[in-house]
Write a protein that binds this ligand. Structure first.
Ligand code: PGA
Length: 251
């Protein structure tokens, strides 16, 4: 398993100004950053170029979403190739806010994954059950199998999966580290059934959902959890820096 931990800042529809974007980026870069942590920022589309130009080598760039079509008459959409050409390395696909607030279907998520892989970007596939104590085996199996339908093992080496229980996102009510770990193991088991257990053992699986400067260490330092997808705490500079440092504690 790759022992570099992965921390992704999902800024969602924030911040509102370029000044604040630059303040956040420069604030991170002013730190002595651990070299064993892959730091990734996922800003809104309009800031991708600005972040790319200011993030140095220490921070990688992700998009929060991508269109499912290759090109053409899709007003308002952004293609995977455009993201690649703007300097993105990663794309979040199937975030629950897109599934539940924007009506994204499993079929669209499958098409998006195929586009992202085709152009050579790394997809961060977000999955998770809607209700606390929901049937996670059923939910995760269904989400993962439909997202990966028709995708060959040779095309999927860059995949990352983020376990994000919907009830924990933006609520301040995080999952327990034990439950998140068992969900990460379940994800590896499901993916292992599709592509082989050796491959699944190397798959990075992140946790997301109310990760904070206080609880981050309990998730990130678990062996089976490869890092975190961080929403609101990534917009608080001091909190986000503490989360990055927590991920780098073994350095
Ligand atoms: P949160 O968001 O950390 O604010 O709960 C996480 C996410 O949506 O990725």
């Amino acid at each position: 398993m790759n022992n570099k931990k992965i921390i992704i800042a999902n800024w969602k529809m924030n911040p509102q100004t370029t000044e604040e974007v630059l303040r956040l980026i420069k604030g991170i870069l002013a730190q002595r950053l651990p070299t064993n942590v892959e730091i990734i920022i996922a800003p809104p589309f309009v800031y991708l170029d600005l972040v790319k130009k200011n993030c140095g080598k220490e921070i990688k760039l992700a998009a929060q979403n991508v269109g499912w079509a290759e090109r053409g008459a899709y007003t308002g959409e952004i293609s995977a190739l455009m993201l690649k050409n703007t300097g993105c390395d990663y794309v979040i696909v199937g975030h629950s806010e897109r599934r539940h607030k924007m009506g994204e279907t499993d079929e669209m998520i499958n098409l998006k994954l195929k586009e992202v892989l085709k152009v050579g970007l790394a997809p961060v596939l977000a999955v998770g059950e809607k209700e606390q104590n929901g049937d996670i085996v059923k939910m995760l199996t269904q989400q993962i199998k439909s997202a990966l339908k028709g995708i060959n093992i040779s095309d999927i080496s860059r995949l990352i999966i983020a376990y994000e229980p919907v009830w924990a996102i933006g609520t301040g009510l995080s999952d327990t580290p034990d439950h998140a770990l068992s969900a990460a193991l379940l994800i590896r088991k499901i993916v292992g059934g599709l592509y082989g257990s050796q491959w699944a053992a190397d798959l990075p699986v992140l946790y997301g959902g109310s990760v904070s400067e206080v609880n981050a260490i309990d998730f990130i330092t678990q062996n089976g959890i490869s890092g975190a997808l961080v929403g609101s705490a990534s917009l608080e500079l001091s909190s986000f820096i503490k989360i990055i440092k927590a991920a780098g504690t073994n350095e």
